[in-house]
Design a protein around this ligand. Structure first.
Ligand code: 4AD
Ligand code: MG
Length: 474
């Protein structure tokens, strides 16, 4: 049986067709709009009221699953090219119109978040999920075309790759009555893995060991962070893509990041035009609610095309601080957070650089060592590391990456300073003991790129079931 996308694009007319789909609307006792998720477009089914029993007609409610058989016709009405003149109609699954929450009208995103199991029935969430699917596909396609190997790094691990301590512990110990050591501490030797474990915050460390054997690899998997951030950019469970490449330095890393992001955005522009047009319209309507000076001058598709057509601006952290210090908001004390060399750039600073100063995606590199992870390569100045962040308009940081510290002595010294146990991480350090080499990689936050491409303001609306502090529903 064909899906609605295939039916709508059918070259032949006046042929018999069958559909199984959900009812969106039923008007004038005659026109049923149905959708099966294969496309943003609804298929119009036309029924002659006299031909169908009252009993069936009253069950054609929004949300019901139906089967229809009929003839595909050119549509005389506006809004669609084809329609199906129905001969046979069956209600597969009824939907009580009093109780089905997704009515054919605008619902707030907050309301839909509460109904996360039914929101994929809306036109909006269908569009978001199709875009998300294309991005995932394009990510694999990009790496596969470029000879990267897809590796699956562990989800449960004893390591804290980022060293930020934002981990969810995994244990089978009885929390009411955990086994204790003689010193009165919890005895993790009695835990499932005979050691303390957590959900991974990043697959990078394991990916590095594979890059140092197989050259070019990437991961694409779930990552978990127990940071208590209730923002529109953070999830406790999100998907990350982490390429890692041997013999590549930071410049190669920036080139790869830019080429890769452009490729996946281009693929969505090619494959999901109708979804993007709908998302663009939604965004325009949303912008209209904002005060004039906060509205974006760009439409969604223009913004995506701009990213494709322009080079990302590259500048060092030190240059970024200079620009911020000479900026109007800094001089007028409009920034909430201080600006001085050594600070971690806040979202307000990143957004100023991207949206006001450069008006383009920006890559900032060579950050102060103190604010970055232990594995980043130290520069000759002794105070900056070969890190890079890609910043996007409306989102801020979308990618974080670096050239890795490949020198054994420098790495060990750094780990010691930060109290990271080099014996526990012996397997990571071993890559520097046996055939070490320059290598680099980065992590792209999958939901952040979905947010950017769909224009959705809140990251909780671009993943089927968002996890955030206080919520693990569904
Ligand atoms: O900058 P991060 O922390 O970098 C790493 O984890 C490195 N190990 C990556 C690497 O070099 N292989 O995270 C990478 C990206 C961020 O730029 C951001 O897009 C996303 O992951 N991210 C989050 N997305 C959603 N919710 C969160 N809580 C996120 N934390 C990071
Ligand atoms: Mg980062």
């Amino acid at each position: 049986m064909k899906n609605i996308k295939q039916i709508i694009n059918s070259e032949k007319l006046n042929i018999p067709v069958e559909v199984k789909a959900w009812v969106k609307t039923f008007r004038n006792d005659r026109f049923i709009a149905v959708n099966d998720g294969s496309t943003i477009q609804n298929l119009q089914l036309v029924i002659e009221p006299e031909k169908f029993d009252e009993n069936i007609r009253k069950k054609i409610n929004t949300g019901a699953a139906i089967y229809a058989k009929g003839e595909l016709k050119e549509s005389l009405g506006k809004g669609q090219k084809v329609e199906v003149l129905v001969d046979e109609l069956e209600i597969l699954g009824e939907s009580d119109p009093e109780k089905f929450p997704i009515q054919p009208k605008r619902h707030s995103l907050e309301f839909l978040r509460e109904k996360a199991h039914l929101r994929p029935r809306t036109t909006l969430f269908g569009a978001i999920m199709r875009v998300r699917n294309t991005l995932a596909f394009a990510i694999h396609e990009y790496f596969q075309k470029n000879d990267f190997l897809y590796v699956n790094t562990p989800i449960i691990t004893a390591a804290d790759a980022e060293g930020a301590g934002e981990m969810f512990q995994v244990t089978t110990l009885d929390l009411q009555n955990p086994p204790q050591t003689e010193e009165g501490e919890i005895d993790y030797k009695k835990d499932f893995f005979h050691t303390k474990t957590n959900l991974t915050v990043s697959g990078q460390l394991e990916a590095e060991t594979y890059a140092m054997a197989l050259g070019k690899v990437y991961t694409f998997g779930p990552t978990f962070r127990a940071e208590n951030s209730n923002t529109t950019r953070h999830l406790a469970e999100f998907w990350m893509i982490e390429p890692e490449v041997a013999f590549m330095d930071l410049h190669g890393d920036m080139d790869l990041a830019e080429d890769f992001v452009k490729y996946i955005i281009k693929t969505v522009l090619e494959k999901n035009r109708e979804d993007l047009e709908f998302l663009e319209m939604r965004l325009k309507n949303e912008e209209k609610q904002k005060p004039q000076n906060e509205r974006s001058n760009w439409s969604l598709i223009e913004k995506l095309e701009f990213v494709l057509e322009n080079n990302f601006k590259r500048l060092s952290y030190t240059e970024a601080i200079e620009i911020l210090k000479n900026s109007k908001p800094f001089k007028k004390k409009k920034f909430k957070f201080p600006v001085e060399w050594g600070i971690d750039l806040q979202s307000e600073h990143e957004r100023y650089l991207v949206e006001k100063h450069f008006k383009s995606p920006v890559i900032i590199y060579d950050y102060p060592a103190k604010i970055k992870a232990f594995y980043m390569r130290l520069n000759d100045d002794g105070k900056t590391v070969r890190a890079m962040d890609v910043l996007f308009p409306g989102i801020g940081e979308i990618i974080g990456g670096s050239q890795r510290e490949e020198r054994l002595d420098v790495l060990l010294k750094k780990m010691k300073e930060l109290n990271i146990d080099a014996e526990e991480l012996y397997w990571y350090v071993d890559t520097r003991r046996f055939g070490t080499a320059v290598h680099s990689g980065f992590g792209l936050g999958f939901e952040r790129i979905v947010q950017f491409v769909t224009g959705m303001g809140n990251i909780r609306d671009v993943i089927p079931y968002p996890r955030f502090p206080g919520n693990a529903n569904f």
